[in-house]
Design a protein around this ligand. Structure first.
Ligand SMILES: [Zn+2]
Ligand SMILES: [Zn+2]
Length: 147
């Protein structure tokens, strides 16, 4: 894997060198599986980009603390800095999360899923929910018969 980064012209930081935050984001995307085909979830590939509408409606909040940082680029937020908040209450720089949600629909921190514009994926999610519901129904029925 180290060879891969070498081929890409990437190398470890030298002393006193500032980390390249975009580079970090690229690595993070690779770790998350955005560029890989080895995503092991039930959906055969990485979930699609978040719906444009959902992304547009994400609130901007003002950071009121000094110890929060953006999970994507790892930079600390400044006090009073504006950030985008996901429904799971994780916050990111606008630029970071917009780039991210353009690739996939879930929070990079906790994988909370935003709606997508992908009909196929939405159908898959509904079906999965129905399957879980059916399983619960069967368990409830089973419990009521055998307890
Ligand atoms: Zn960021
Ligand atoms: Zn989250």
């Amino acid at each position: 894997m180290a060879d891969y980064f070498q081929e890409m012209g990437w190398r470890e930081l030298q002393d006193g060198e500032q980390p390249n935050h975009l580079l970090h984001m690229a690595r993070f995307l690779i770790d998350f599986g955005v560029y890989g085909d080895d995503y092991s979830g039930e959906w055969p590939r990485l979930p699609p980009a978040a719906s444009k509408e959902a992304v547009k409606n994400l609130p901007m909040i003002t950071i009121q603390t000094k110890d929060k940082s953006c999970t994507i680029c790892l930079l600390k937020f400044r006090y009073n800095e504006k950030a985008k908040e996901l429904p799971c209450h994780h916050v990111f720089h606008k630029k970071c999360i917009l780039t991210w949600l353009n690739q996939t629909n879930s929070c990079p921190f906790c994988r909370y899923e935003l709606p997508t514009d992908d009909e196929e994926y939405e159908a898959f999610k509904k079906e999965k929910l129905r399957a879980e519901q059916r399983k619960e129904d069967v368990e409830t029925l089973h419990n009521s018969m055998f307890s």
